[in-house]
Structures are given as structure tokens and as C-alpha cells.
Design a protein around this ligand. Structure first.
Ligand code: GAP
Length: 441
């Protein structure tokens, strides 16, 4: 279980926000995409039809000395580069490991087995009687839940081509070498869209999706210089794809896939039609005689990898005028786990009470995530909020409660911007307006 991760309270909030941004952008604010929430456990025939039972494999090599297992292609990738490793055939992997004098990363000896294919799907048993359950799979991609629901969506929602069906959900892969924090895990979340198009009228759909996804990432704070587009070589394509383009991110350990865009053609609908005997064809609403299988352009996002890139981008260490270094998570304000923190200057009762009153009114009357913190010096509490990435801190001082005119006028407070560190003094009555203004900026 070495690379299994949980999100804590702040992480869970960031994750929900990433999913909300994705759902708002690609589903709610588009007239041509609808949402879905399909089951993880499906009839095993789904995975026979989709090709995952026969083709969803990784080349595995064993070290004969220490018995550790590795993905042969991944070890070679580090030495030869992604493109060169991707075109190698299964029976070339061992020979190449030997030719390149690559030792076992665990025991540093060199005694490799021939590579063999290893299916990445997790199997489990369905049924209550021990030993008599049927084997079923945990879905390795959310996509198939969309394909098997294609007809239901067409019948109930009556969409016209082109249209998409999107969903967010868990996927499971028995990865041989999970690692690099949440980059590669065995249980992860995907955010996928299957975009159905008329094969006679695909136009620029592929490029438009590539652009829309690039814009989503950069608009939410990923620096363009850390992103690049890489098209898959023919030998590297998944069994269902005729063209795949990845958007890669420069992680601290090098470039890696963040998002994949694939042209799946009619592979999946045709396979499900063949296996289930169910007619999956779409009828042209303008010509009832014209029935065909739509083609599919698939934008597929890894949710956890996306969060990881936002974390890496946001992490900043800044030297302050007094020489101190502050750590600040410069999240886009839509992604920060806490929106506003209310901080009384000191723990003293009248201040604390006033601050609590403001905190509770924000909780009750807004949709913001609000934090209230009284422990430690005000400087330490600002640092803590910087480390969380809280965009705004509200401070209630002795001026606020009319006890120190030098700190400020009665019924005013300060509002501090995480990035500029600027503090504005404003009347309490203007607080909601100021916060709303900030969120619109
Ligand atoms: N339906 C297409 C599909 O699943 P994929 O390239 O295998 O395509 C899509 O996966 C995305 O899911 C990847 O770009 C990546 O962000 C994420 N992903 C895949 N395997 C993962 C893993 N083991 N851990 C975390 N994220 C993963």
C-alpha cells in the first residue's frame, strides 16, 4: 500500500473545488455536454467488449536476484526517453535492458527475465458465498460507463450531434510501479468526456477540445511554460485510438502526462453493439433513413494529477523585506481551500466576541469557506493562512471595538490580500461588498 493517499480536510476541499470548476466549465456552462454518474462495478462483458481484458497490459520484467517487479518500458524510458521506449516490442525489452546495461533499481544487479504482459485491471468477487462469487472488474476508466449509457442518454435527453457526456469518478489500475506522490496510484479519479460527432462532419473538433483544455489549465493558474503538447507515435497508441495527444506538465521529476485527448472513432460503440446485440446507432434527426455509429473524441483528465499540478504551481517561497521567508500557496482564488479567515488581533474577550460575530455572519450569509483562528501571534496566524493559500484575512483590532483610535475608527476592520500583502481598512458594513468585489476581480 506504499503509494496510497488520503486527502485531509484542506485537500478534500481543494479536490471538490477542482471538480466543481471542471463540471462548471465542461458540463454546466456548455449546451452540448450532459453529466452522468455511472457504476464502478459493471458486467464483465463490458471489459471484454472494450478490449481491456485482452489489451490493457503493461510489459513486466522481474529481477531474478531480488524478485522485485518493474515496468520494463518505464525503466527504459528513463534511459532512452519516452518516444524511443514507446516503440519497443515486448520481446525487445529484456534485450534492450541488457544492451543499455540497466541494473535493477532495487538491488543493482542485472539478471532480468523476459518481459511478459500483465493485465492492469483489478478483479474482485461478486456474491456472498465464499469461493463461489463471480469475478468482476473494478473499472479502469470511467469512459465505458458513458458508452454503455449512450442509448439511454440519447433516448432521454434527445441531444443532437455533436454532443458530449461527461463524468467524474474513481478508476482502478493495478499499476506495477505506482509512485511520485499522487501522480501514479492504483486508485485515482478521472474527469472524462466522450464527445460524439457525426463521422462525416468532424471538422476541427479535436483541435477545439485541445484548445479548450489548455485554456482551462492556464486560466486556473498553470504557467504555459510548464505545459507542452505531445502526440503519440503510432506504436504507442492505445488499442482504441487512431490519434492521441497528451498535454504534459513539467513535474519536479520531469515531463509527464497530465491529460489525454484521443480519437476513439466508433471503436467502443461498435464493440458494445457487437457484444450486447443492442443497436447503438444514432438516427439523423433530419433524415430518419440515415442511421450510423457516431465517432468519439475523448478529453480525459486525471483529477489527482490535475490537483498535483495546481499544488506544485501554487507553492511559493518569498523573501520578505525583513529577510524572513514566507511560504505561500498562490492558488487561484477559485481553488484555495479556505476563502476568508477571520482573525482577532488578540484573544481578549471583547475582540474575540466581535470577530466571532463577523465570522458567524459570513458563515450564515455567504457560501464562503471561512476560518476562525485565535491561536498564536497574529504574525503566525497570517503565515498559517498563507501556507493554506487563503486569499483574504480579516483582522478585528481594538480600533474595531472603539478602544484604540490609533488602530482605527470604531466599526472598521482590516482586510489583507494574500499576494500583495496590502491591508485596507474598511467599515464593517462594507465587508460583504469588498469580498464580492475581490471575487469578481
Ligand atoms: N479513457 C481514457 C483513459 O483512461 P488514460 O491516458 O489511460 O486514458 C487518462 O488516462 C488520465 O488519467 C491520464 O492522463 C492521467 O491524468 C490519469 N491517470 C491514468 N492512470 C493514472 C494513475 N495510475 N494514477 C493517477 N492518474 C492516472
Amino acid at each position: 500500500m506504499a503509494n496510497t493517499w488520503d486527502y485531509g480536510p484542506l485537500g478534500a476541499e481543494v479536490k471538490n473545488r477542482v471538480k466543481r470548476e471542471w463540471w462548471n466549465t465542461f458540463i454546466r456552462s456548455r449546451g452540448d455536454v450532459v453529466g452522468l454518474d455511472s457504476a464502478i462495478l459493471m458486467n464483465p462483458k463490458v471489459w471484454e467488449a472494450s478490449g481491456h481484458v485482452t489489451s490493457f497490459n503493461d510489459p513486466l520484467v522481474d529481477c531474478k536476484k531480488c524478485k522485485e517487479r518493474f515496468r520494463g518500458d518505464k525503466i527504459l524510458e528513463e534511459k532512452l526517453g519516452v518516444e524511443a521506449a514507446a516503440v519497443l516490442k515486448l520481446d525487445q525489452v529484456k534485450a534492450m535492458l541488457d544492451a543499455e546495461e540497466i541494473n535493477c533499481p532495487n538491488c543493482e544487479e542485472r539478471d532480468w527475465t523476459e518481459a511478459k504482459q500483465f493485465n492492469l485491471m483489478f478483479e474482485t468477487k461478486q456474491g456472498v458465498v465464499k469461493g463461489e462469487g463471480d469475478s468482476i472488474y473494478m473499472r479502469p476508466e470511467t469512459a465505458q460507463g458513458i458508452f454503455v449509457n449512450f442509448k439511454n442518454v440519447v433516448q432521454t435527453m434527445r441531444p443532437r450531434l455533436p454532443f458530449g457526456i461527461g463524468q467524474i469518478g474513481k478508476a482502478f489500475r493495478n499499476e506495477i510501479t505506482p509512485g511520485n506522490f499522487t501522480f501514479r496510484t492504483r486508485e485515482f479519479e478521472q474527469m472524462e468526456i466522450e464527445y460524439f460527432v457525426d463521422p462525416d462532419n468532424i471538422g476541427d473538433t479535436f483541435d477545439e477540445w485541445q484548445k479548450a483544455v489548455w485554456t482551462w489549465y492556464t486560466d486556473l493558474g498553470i504557467d504555459k511554460k510548464n505545459l507542452r503538447v505531445r502526440e503519440h507515435e503510432k506504436d504507442e497508441l492505445s488499442h482504441y485510438s487512431s490519434k492521441t495527444v497528451d498535454i504534459e506538465y513539467e513535474f519536479p521529476w520531469g515531463w509527464g502526462e497530465l491529460f489525454g485527448l484521443a480519437n476513439r472513432g466508433d471503436f467502443d460503440l461498435a464493440q458494445h453493439e457487437k457484444t450486447s446485440g443492442e443497436d447503438m446507432k444514432y438516427t439523423d434527426p433530419d433524415d430518419a433513413e440515415r442511421k450510423f455509429l457516431p465517432h468519439v473524441i475523448e478529453p480525459s483528465f486525471g483529477c489527482d494529477r490535475t490537483i498535483l499540478t495546481f499544488l506544485i504551481e501554487a507553492y511559493t517561497e518569498e523573501e520578505l523585506e525583513n529577510g524572513d521567508v514566507r511560504t505561500v500557496m498562490k492558488f487561484d482564488k477559485r481553488l484555495a481551500p479556505v476563502d476568508v479567515a477571520v482573525l482577532p488581533l488578540s484573544k481578549k474577550e471583547p475582540l474575540r466576541e466581535k470577530a466571532k460575530e463577523i465570522y458567524e455572519s459570513l458563515l450564515a450569509e455567504t457560501n464562503l469557506v471561512v476560518d476562525f483562528d485565535i491561536t498564536g501571534s497574529i504574525g503566525k496566524r497570517y503565515r498559517r493562512q498563507d501556507e493554506i493559500g487563503t486569499p483574504l484575512c480579516i483582522t478585528v483590532d481594538f480600533g474595531t471595538i472603539g478602544e484604540d483610535a490609533e488602530q482605527g475608527d470604531p466599526d472598521t476592520l482590516t482586510i489583507r490580500d494574500r499576494d500583495t500583502l496590502k491591508q485596507d481598512r474598511i467599515p464593517i458594513g462594507k465587508l460583504r461588498e469588498k469580498i464580492a468585489e475581490y471575487w469578481k476581480s
